[in-house]
Design a protein around this ligand. Structure first.
Ligand code: NAD
Ligand code: IPM
Ligand code: MN
Length: 353
């Protein structure tokens, strides 16, 4: 199993170091894992002029999976857009055809008090957000800022074709079959034609899944329902931009965005695994970041790309154990628990494994 390791920027290298220690445990036990490091994001721009350099493209294409830290930072925010770190991230997603982004928002019971909502509202929470990742307003043309009639005009295009909607719909329905057989599709069909098509295709597709219950919700209501009564949701399927926003919102229900892993998959379950959060420039270089989202992303890699449920569960069980032992990074700390650094959290997970 060849894994491309892309630490990225900000806290990326710190959280990646802990994830690699977890992989090392499996390597030492004889699992055939080969890792090779590459550059993506701001560091890659500084070194090569491109946020997704050719060497990384080659490495990513020939690997079975990609493990990513995070990219971006204020020092790159004023570069021309093609050189921005975020463009590198969108580039690798598109290049590898990683159209299905799975973001599970699970509340570990020990973190009920770290959530911004009351414990009774979030206890037992287990939502799977299925976000389309290679279409929508993120990639639609035309786009850009131009001058028209002497005024600057900014433009992006929200666009989906029916095939793109159907294939992400299938991912959601298939996932629901392994869970509680409920899918909620989120759109804005009252205003946006693109998402009217989204709803129409989801309804057509549901005929192939008579055992799964499909419901629909408008995105503004969904944002509200996520904080009012999040446990009404099981599998949620939505487009790229709505999924970006709703998954950050859902992360807070679980205590911190530092807990939310993600998998981005192609048709053959080749995948890129990364925490849902960013490079956290405000805490970078201080050994303060929560590495658990990245470590849990390794678990998702075992599950989805390597088909190794036992190793995935083992990593998740180790994370549960360190939380049960009371260890907390700053983002999930509460009085009565033990505050630890990023690397100490890594130590604890390795020991628990
Ligand atoms: P962010 O997710 O980086 O940070 C938001 C807040 O959450 C910050 O206060 C940060 O300290 C905290 N946080 C995030 N991850 C944490 C962790 N593991 N442990 C503890 N606290 C954590 O979002 P932002 O500040 O909006 O973006 C910063 C940069 O990251 C931007 O350049 C953005 O484009 C980029 N970004 C990258 C990715 C990615 O690589 N997948 C995702 C989101 C944002
Ligand atoms: C995410 C991030 C990215 C996105 C950015 C950094 C391009 O916010 O992975 O959620 O918007 O998809
Ligand atoms: Mn995001």
């Amino acid at each position: 199993m060849k894994i491309a390791v892309l630490p990225g920027d900000g806290i990326g290298p710190e959280i990646m170091a802990q994830a690699l220690r977890v992989l090392d445990v499996f390597k030492k036990e004889g699992m055939a894992i080969e890792t090779e490091q590459g550059m993506l994001g701001g560091g890659a721009v500084d070194a090569t002029g491109s946020p997704y350099p050719e060497a990384t493209q080659k490495l990513a294409r020939e690997s079975d999976a990609v493990l990513l830290g995070a990219v971006g930072g204020p020092q790159w925010d004023n570069l021309p857009r093609p050189q921005r770190p975020e463009r590198g991230l969108l580039g690798i997603r598109k290049d590898l055809n990683l159209f299905a982004n799975l973001r599970p928002a699970i509340l570990y019971p020990e973190l009920a008090n770290a959530s911004s909502l009351k414990p009774e509202i979030v206890s037992g929470l287990d939502i799977l957000i299925v976000r389309e990742l290679t279409g929508d307003i993120y990639f639609g043309e035309p786009r850009g800022i131009s001058v028209e009639d002497g005024k600057r005009v900014g433009r992006n295009t929200m666009i989906y074709n029916e095939d793109e909607i159907r294939r992400i719909g299938r991912v959601a329905f298939d996932a629901a079959r392994k869970r509680s057989k409920k899918v909620c599709s989120i759109d804005k069909m009252n205003v946006l034609e693109t998402t009217q098509l989204w709803r129409d295709v989801m309804i057509e597709l549901s005929a192939e899944y008579p055992d799964v219950e499909l419901s629909h919700m408008l995105v503004d209501n969904a944002a509200m329902q996520l904080v009012r009564n999040p446990k009404q949701f099981d599998v949620v399927v939505t487009g790229n931009i709505f999924g970006d926003i709703l998954s950050d919102e859902a992360s807070m229900l679980t205590g911190s965005i530092g807990m939310l892993p993600s998998a981005s998959l192609d048709e053959n379950n080749k995948g890129m695994y990364e925490p849902s959060h960013g490079s956290a420039p405000d805490i970078a270089g201080k050994n303060l970041a929560n590495p658990l989202a990245t470590i849990l992303s390794v678990a998702m890699m075992m599950r989805y790309t390597f088909n190794d449920e036992a190793s995935a569960t083992r990593i998740e069980t180790a994370v549960k154990k360190v939380l049960a032992d009371g260890l907390r990074t700053g983002d999930i700390y509460e009085p009565g628990t033990k505050k630890v650094s990023c690397s100490e959290m890594g130590d604890a997970v390795v020991a628990a494994l």
